[in-house]
Design a protein around this ligand. Structure first.
Ligand code: ATP
Length: 483
């Protein structure tokens, strides 16, 4: 992103892009601070009229391409509160409930109370960037993976939000708000496979809220404690996992490009072996160039059979898939039970809202007829909260307002979110729609009465053309569908 181009002069100072995005979100009703009249709640956000539409559209596009338009993926909608045994088996309870320390050298995350003990002040040796280093163990322990003493602060917290199921607040009925949607797909693996008679490779997808008691909340809605995810677990024969990882990383990258994200602002970054999560064999991050630099948008990981194996062991229920054709290496005959491997594209829906807003935001310099320039959100038509604004040129002319309202209703009947606006001069109304990301405006004016045509104005190039009023719905429908 071109940071210089994306700053606006306000008097003598230039506002950084993020500040302008946050201000636009509040001014136009995309995102509000939660509980604002009480001073706001840290890390909690409310999506206003435009933001709710944008988020729904992003999630609907994901569902359309990931579930509806594929034979090999089905969707579920599981509960946020699951048995606490799920989180014990997945490693979330033990992994996040103790004094946590991050190794600054090899990035291992570990419990301080389980780390190898050494005498405080002892000099230890470890490897860093290919060299042997000497360090003083001030804490009395070292990294269990690489022996380093370069460690983060200890953090006493559990990433998962705890609550109680039922009226009594006791350890017996502790439950957690899910920190990821993925686990529901693992524990429902056989339910879904059997009811749908699915044969690997196939995927189970889910969207919904997840909760993490993040130590640092940052960058507006980029990292919050309550957020929304779009995840898909793709179950495949173990030997096919590398090829599916390759496939999904490209497919997910292309999804953003197809929705108009600028290619130069996106990149795929393979994880180094030392930054892989404990369950992952290989992983790519799709990173976006946010105003603060490259950062994660989505992760695509080969989770191996880690999760199914954990749940199989903890529940005592067999979670293997029986493939009648696969030759069992032990018997040499067809018919084999195996635990599939899982490739997971895991995207953040609320994080995607921020990314699409940042990528679409543009300030155009003053031009002829637009002495103030304009702020325009070049959102992809499929994502735009309002698809078309219908504007009677003159508010006092009942024929114009009546025709405009009829047209709005015709759009609604065709599931196109149209917006009626009669307030202020036409130029200001266009400007409001540009800032809201509305790709099309239709103006009904005196000529409509004469020849049945209306003005269609396109957001991106501000070109205007006359089209027949009676074709307006079809034309807009086609433009959105083909975009
Ligand atoms: P990060 O490194 O940014 O903390 P992560 O690697 O822990 O993310 P995953 O567990 O892979 O994230 O979750 C998948 C996706 O969910 C992330 O790519 C991100 O888009 C989204 N996500 C995760 N945590 C948050 C959060 N606290 N707020 C908003 N979105 C989040």
């Amino acid at each position: 992103m071109n940071e210089t181009k994306k700053t606006r002069k306000t008097g003598t100072e230039e506002l950084p892009l993020m500040q302008k995005i946050v201000a636009l979100c509040k001014r136009r009703g995309f995102v509000f601070q939660s509980s604002e009249i009480y001073g706001g709640l840290k890390s909690a956000y409310d999506y206003g009229p435009l933001g709710a539409e944008l988020k729904r559209n992003i999630m609907a596009e994901w569902w359309r391409t990931m579930v509806h338009e594929r034979e090999d993926v089905v969707g579920i909608d599981a509960s946020i509160i699951m048995s606490p045994k799920v989180w014990e088996a997945s490693g979330h309870v033990s992994g996040f409930a103790d004094p946590l320390v991050d190794c600054l050298v090899c990035r291992a995350r570990f419990r301080a109370d389980k780390a190898p003990q050494v005498s405080p002040g002892e000099t230890v040796e470890y490897r860093k960037e290919g060299k042997t280093i000497k360090g003083v163990a001030e804490r009395g322990y070292v990294c269990p993976e690489c022996g380093a003493v370069e460690l983060s602060e200890e953090r006493q917290f559990n990433l998962m939000f705890k609550t109680n199921l039922g009226p009594i607040d006791s350890d017996d009925n502790t439950v957690y708000l899910r920190p990821e949607t993925a686990q529901a797909m693992f524990v429902n693996f056989l339910n879904v496979q059997q009811t749908y008679r699915l044969k690997p490779p196939f995927g189970i997808a889910q969207q919904g809220k997840s909760f993490r008691n993040e130590i640092t909340v940052e960058h507006f809605i980029f990292r919050s404690c309550e957020f929304e995810q779009m995840e898909m677990e793709y179950f495949c024969p173990p030997e096919e996992a590398p090829q599916w990882l390759d496939y999904w990383k490209d497919e997910r990258f292309d999804w953003y490009i197809r929705l108009g994200v600028k290619k130069e602002n996106l990149r795929l970054r393979p994880h180094d072996p030392d930054e892989l999560a404990h369950y992952a064999d290989a992983c790519y991050d799709i990173e976006y160039r946010y105003p603060w630099g490259w950062d994660e948008l989505e992760g695509i990981a080969n989770r191996t059979d880690y999760d199914l194996a954990q749940h199989q062991a903890a529940s005592g229920k067999k979670l293997t898939y029986f493939d009648p054709q696969r030759v069992n290496p032990d018997t040499g005959k067809p018919g084999m039970h195996y635990l599939p491997y899982v490739v997971e594209p895991a995207a953040g829906a609320t994080r995607a809202v921020l990314m699409f807003l940042v990528d679409a935001y543009e300030e155009e310099p003053p031009s002829e007829g637009r002495p103030d320039g304009r702020v325009v959100l070049r959102l992809h038509p499929r994502l735009a909260p309002i698809k078309v604004a219908v504007l009677p040129l003159v508010k006092k002319d009942e024929w114009l307002t009546g025709k405009s309202r009829e047209l709005v209703k015709a759009f609604w009947r065709n599931s196109i979110n149209a917006f009626y606006d009669e307030k202020d001069a036409i130029g200001r109304r266009y400007a409001r729609q540009d800032e809201a990301g509305t790709p099309f405006c239709i103006t009904v004016d005196a000529q409509t009465r004469e020849d049945g045509t209306v003005t269609l104005r396109t957001r991106d190039d501000m070109q205007q053309e006359r089209i027949p009023l009676e074709d307006a719905v079809d034309i807009i429908n086609r433009k959105i569908r083909d975009s």
